[in-house]
Design a protein around this ligand. Structure first.
Ligand code: LLP
Length: 409
């Protein structure tokens, strides 16, 4: 395999040392890579408010780092709001884009004083009834969608997200009835998008749509910037996209009396490449057709391969000599879908070797579970050669609470 991109901050020797010091499975993050991605975004989109979609990775230490770089956050649940505020973000730098909110969700977001993107007539109506005279933002579905997998396309006729354009008159009348002002307009078309043209194609109808909203103060074009996972994929031309997007934003600003604040909500772009999952080979098995490299992590820690057939690059430590064999890196979970990597050509490792699963910083730990009653991994951060535990390894009591054990039937 060619030198993997994480080699500069997670080479074989460091991986071995980390595994001995902190155990495996372990999420390892690079502070310089994360800062670097924030800088790239700030450079590409000058004058645009960046709201990191914290659903991608909500580790508090990473959140504080994102804040220190000058980004705000996009939140989708009351606890995300609470955590962001606890990590020092100002409420003005938060936006809320949750879907199908309960009345409790609406109340919590309102109480926190965070601008909310509402994407159904029902939620608009309920919000208006509870909070007469409030300011709201509308999430629209203007039919342009995209993404790396059907599950992550969030716009288009089959999507549960966003208000259809034909609902706008009704939305306006609900707002008027409750004395609400529609100050924001939002869309998010999907995740893992590489084609800059798709963002621009989505932007045009959004800009056109905004003309119908005289009180508009905030225009939020969502996130979705792709990062390369496969060796043959090349990175998105962020600077090129940035200049085209900001040109359109500026042109739009010119024709308006009120100043407009433009927002973007990248999640994956900020953290994906800043994280790797370090796991140890526990069990080797050869069948007639396959080599199974059994490791101590799996779909419960990184569900993307199982859920979206996502490809994550892998490097083995040490890199062994010998013929490369068609191998499957699989975990300890009792499902055949518990695969981290499929059909990789890898020389036969030995039990005790390590596998580094790259680009695992986004939607890795964030989607981890306790399935099969296993702990989620610990998380460490490398900054300036110093390694800090930013989430302690869970123990049995963290997962099985005494009060649940004692609960009477
Ligand atoms: N804004 C909204 C309203 C979103 O729903 C999302 C992601 C984002 C921003 C950030 O998108 P990003 O820049 O990260 O692509 N679990 C999937 C990704 C699901 C994304 C859901 N929404 C995965 O692992 O690929």
């Amino acid at each position: 395999m060619n030198t993997p991109p994480w080699h500069s901050w997670l080479g074989p020797r460091r991986a071995r040392r980390l595994s001995e010091r902190f155990g495996t499975p372990l999420y390892v993050y690079s502070a310089p890579v994360l800062r670097n991605r924030c800088r790239a975004l700030l450079r590409a989109f000058p004058g645009v408010g960046l709201r990191y979609a914290m659903k991608a990775n909500s580790n508090p230490s990473l959140l504080r780092m994102v804040r220190s770089m000058g980004l705000g956050v996009d939140t989708v649940s009351p606890w995300e709001v609470q955590l962001a505020l606890e990590c020092g973000f100002r409420k003005a730098d938060l936006i809320y884009s949750g879907n199908n909110p309960s009345d409790d969700d609406l109340r919590a977001v309102h109480r926190a004083g965070v601008l909310i993107n509402l994407d159904s007539l029902s939620s608009l109506h309920r919000y208006g009834r509870m909070f007469r005279g409030s300011r709201v933002s509308l999430r629209v579905n203007l039919e342009v969608g995209g993404g790396h997998h059907p599950h992550v396309i969030t716009s288009g006729p089959d999507s549960k997200f966003g208000l259809a354009p034909e609902d706008l008159p009704e939305a306006k009348s609900i707002a008027a009835r409750h004395g609400m002002r529609i100050v924001g307009l939002h869309q998010h078309i999907g995740s893992g998008i590489f084609d800059p043209q798709l963002f621009l194609d989505a932007l045009d109808p959004l800009l056109a749509f905004s003309e119908a909203l005289p009180d508009l103060e905030v225009l939020d074009a969502g996130g979705g910037f792709g990062v390369p996972y496969r060796p043959e994929e090349s990175p998105l031309d962020l600077a090129g996209l940035g200049s085209r997007v900001t040109t359109r934003f500026r042109a739009m600003q010119k024709g308006r009396k009120k100043p407009l604040q433009f927002l973007l909500e990248p999640g994956r772009y900020v953290v994906a490449e800043a994280g790797a999952l370090l796991t140890q080979v526990t069990t080797l098995k050869r069948t007639r057709d396959r080599v199974f490299i059994g490791v101590d992590s799996g779909m419960h820690h990184l569900i993307r391969p199982a859920l979206y057939q996502s490809y994550h690059p892998v490097s083995m430590v040490p890199e062994r000599d010998g013929a490369a064999l068609r191998s499957f890196i699989v975990g300890p979970i009792c499902e055949s879908g518990d695969v981290l990597a499929e059909e990789r050509m890898i020389p036969m490792p030995e039990e005790g070797d390590l596998a580094i699963v790259g680009n695992a910083g986004a939607y890795g730990f964030a989607m981890a579970s306790h399935y099969n009653l296993r702990a989620r991994p610990a998380e460490v951060l490398i900054d300036n050669g110093k390694v800090t535990v930013i989430r302690a390894r869970e123990n049995y009591r963290d997962v099985i609470r005494r009060r649940d054990l004692r609960a009477k039937r």
